[in-house]
Design a protein around this ligand. Structure first.
Ligand code: 5GP
Ligand code: MG
Ligand code: MG
Length: 190
């Protein structure tokens, strides 16, 4: 099978943090639990574009119950690499979420600001329930309290790319999660 692995971009990668096998394993483990928890409910899987697309697609393939999918594009970052706290909707859902049981599938929870805003917004729109699966979490960076029901991997406070996550729109199609070499960023914020 051909795909983009670390070996293909080795000159730009410092080290791998989560392998493709670990990602697959966790997604299938959580999907089994979710399939049981939602067996009598009409499940709506929701991803925030673009980072969570890979996780959502893999997760949807791993659940054993019928599930719908929808997407939303949010802007929560100012010019730098920190959440501004102000969230704006760039592209809204196509689903009326009133009365729906929603599972937000997240790539990574950093400050938690985007997610906290989204949970409140979905509840305000009348969702019957809103839960979260986060493939990655950076506990050291959390600024607001968000109740994550389904956990993936905890990672250190390092900027990661791969499996949907980008640096300047690159590396989203890398098949595992990795830390970039410092040279890749050099000059970027000058
Ligand atoms: P939060 O509102 O939790 O601070 O921001 C979460 C969003 O910021 C994530 O969904 C992701 O898009 C982006 N983000 C946070 N940490 C990282 C990281 O280490 N790498 C990448 N590529 N994006 C990140
Ligand atoms: Mg995200
Ligand atoms: Mg990004």
């Amino acid at each position: 099978m051909v795909r983009m692995r670390i070996a293909d971009v080795q000159d730009q990668i410092d080290h791998e943090l989560v392998s493709k096998e670990e990602i697959d394993h966790k997604i299938h483990e959580v999907a089994a639990v979710v399939s049981e928890d939602y067996k009598d409910k009409d499940l709506l899987l929701l991803a925030v574009l673009k980072g969570a697309v890979n996780t959502l697609a893999a997760f949807a393939q791993a659940v054993s119950i019928p599930a719908q999918m929808d997407f939303m594009s949010l802007s929560s970052y100012g010019s730098g690499t920190k959440s501004s706290g102000t969230v704006t909707i760039r592209q809204d859902l196509s689903t009326d979420v009133r009365g729906r049981h929603i599972l937000i599938v997240e790539d990574i929870v950093d400050s938690g600001r985007t997610l906290a805003w989204l949970v409140e917004e979905l509840k305000r729109r009348g969702a019957a329930s809103v839960e979260i699966f986060a493939l990655l979490e950076k506990p050291a960076r959390r600024e607001v309290d968000v109740d994550i029901k389904y956990h993936g991997y905890e990672i250190p406070d390092e900027f990661v790319v791969g499996f949907g996550l980008d640096y300047d729109e690159r590396f989203r199609n890398l098949d595992s999660i990795a830390v970039l070499r410092p040279e890749v960023y050099q000059g970027a914020n000058e």
